[in-house]
Design a protein around this ligand. Sequence first.
Ligand code: CDP
Ligand code: MG
Length: 697
Amino acid sequence: MAQFWKPGTEKPRLLEDEDGGVIFLSSSYSSSSSGYGYVSIEKQRQRLPVYKYRTAILYLVESHATTIVVGETGSGKTTQIPQFLKEAGWADGGRVIACTQPRRLAVQAVASRVAEEMGVKLGEEVGYTIRFEDISNPDLTRIKFLTDGVLLREMMDDPLLTKYSVIMVDEAHERSISTDIVLGLLKKIQKRRPELRLIISSATIEAKSMSNFFLSSKRRQALEGEELRPGLEPAILSVEGRGFNVQIHYVEDPVRDYVQAAVSTVLLINDKEPPGDILVFLTGQDDIDAAIKLLTEEARSNGKNSSGLIILPLYSGLTRAEQDLIFSPTPKGKRKVVISTNIAETSLTLEGIVYVVDSGFSKQRFYNPISDIENLVVAPISKASARQRAGRAGRLRPGKCYRLYTEEYFLNEMSIQGIPEIQRSNLVSCVIQLKALGIDNILGFDWPASPSPESMIRALEVLYSLGVLDDDAKLTSPVGFQVAEIPLEPMIAKMILSSNELGCSDEIITIAAVLSIQSIWFSARGAQKELDEAKLRFAAAEGDHVTFLNIYKGFLQSGKSSKWCHKNFINYHAMKKVMEIRELLRRIALRLGIVLKSCETDMQLVRKAVTAGFFANACRLEAYSHGGMYKTIRGSQEVYIHPSSVLFRVNPKCVIYHSLVSTDRQYMRNVMSIDPSWLTEVAPHFYQQQRHNPTIH
Ligand code: CDP
Ligand code: MG
């Protein structure tokens, strides 16, 4: 408990003042009510800050092609605006109101909340669609929540998105890669469909750059001498719904282990502070599970003071029942501790939070076009994120935020804003989607933030090697079009197409389904040894992909038994999801003319099919140091096999991996051994160029 806290000087105002061009409506909103006790849903709606702006929002949407709504998280943007639009008739005549979210879990949570508020069954008037899960009805659904990725997919069948009357692009400040692509495309669609209305909503002032993005089109049109249509200039509405003051505390000295520090801080709060729930920001399932284990142990040894803690994780991939627990009110005399990823920063609002513990980190995607390596890295958040996180504590009453970093660090070292995802991602999926939508000049595309030309060239090169693009950088027929049609990363799609030629499509779609979910293993909180033993029962010498096939076979043989899963440390829900995704993929394959065929025991065919998709991720063993050091064949980057892989410490000479995660080192997840001669066989262009240009790093 040796944690030294000092009060900070920062007083976070949740919305900074806007300058020119902003319609600023004042509001007498105050949320002095207690979050507990029964309040009718209608009352709750009326108390939300956006309620006061109902008329203003409807007026702006009516009179402007684009409306930008900035409002503090929890002010009711996501749940209320679609309902206002519906009440005002925007869904009449069979039209649909769409609301996009960057995160799947947020889509599910807000859709079910809105269905509940409207008193309708989810999947009817209010529905949602995320990848591999469509809870909507084309005849009945009037308000549809969807990920921005799914909206992109919908454009492939209906390029002008004709069924939607209004599209609300929500959480625009997150600047996810799909949000940026969607914004660029919607701007194009607007020119063809002047009646389409866009609402761009955002939690922070970042909306300003959005506005400029839409303004620039006006300027450009004016320059081109085109007649300006009225209302083409976007309107900005700032929803003022001030949270309560949040007292900021910093650590006096940098912490070495933020999981341990977070746990100690939670216990300290529980010991010293009055009732109120605690929200802890960590980075991902691994550190969240570790914190829960530690907190549970320390709370137990701490005696009765900690017995009132309800400790809950919050990350994507939770089951519906687990999600419900997060949103249910805390029983009297108890204190909820929600340990979350970035998702609770702005996407989801939890009532009852009074204390926030901020690790200062989140998991972020980083891509280096020189080494052609993309991985997930635990990286420092920005000041904007830190302020958002702190703001979560001031919803109910004045709150406190404990930052696990020093004030000096916050002031002098944290960046002001995060970098848009498109500038730190591999662009392979992005390029193929734009190509499929007929956007040929990708560098000249109207991006809210331009991706780097190096990343773009890398992506084009990989797609060319995959046989997806031809010499003129156009989609090839049929491979390019087929790959674009499969709703999975292009490398997996290519693997599926190759498996058809090799005669192992039955096995490969199982592998594709397993690779689409986070993990099929049960997270082994404190039972690592048992988990490792269970893995050994299925482990295949060829690596993780073949191991998945063994598990799938075992699961079928057990009669899809949950007991069998439990015994083998396999996550039963994950396996059910694998079955569902596999069935969807089987249907997509059928549509592409692929009839499933099994190669029985010839695993070499399976490995070749995987190589045909993932040749770019090939690595060679360089040294036995640190349990086996590999280097990527293309970029000579140092990588290691992740301890969760069945090939950990086995160290085959040549492997390919599915993805990389980075902690102290770069780790390969889902690894398979290959014969290096296959590489030049499946991707001659890609590996020959390496020989001509060996200094490519
Ligand atoms: O989008 P914004 O952050 O402005 O707010 P919102 O998500 O529409 O949330 C408005 C209110 O609905 C908040 O008080 C949330 O706590 C509540 N809500 C909820 O109780 N359950 C959900 N699944 C989603 C929202
Ligand atoms: Mg929202």
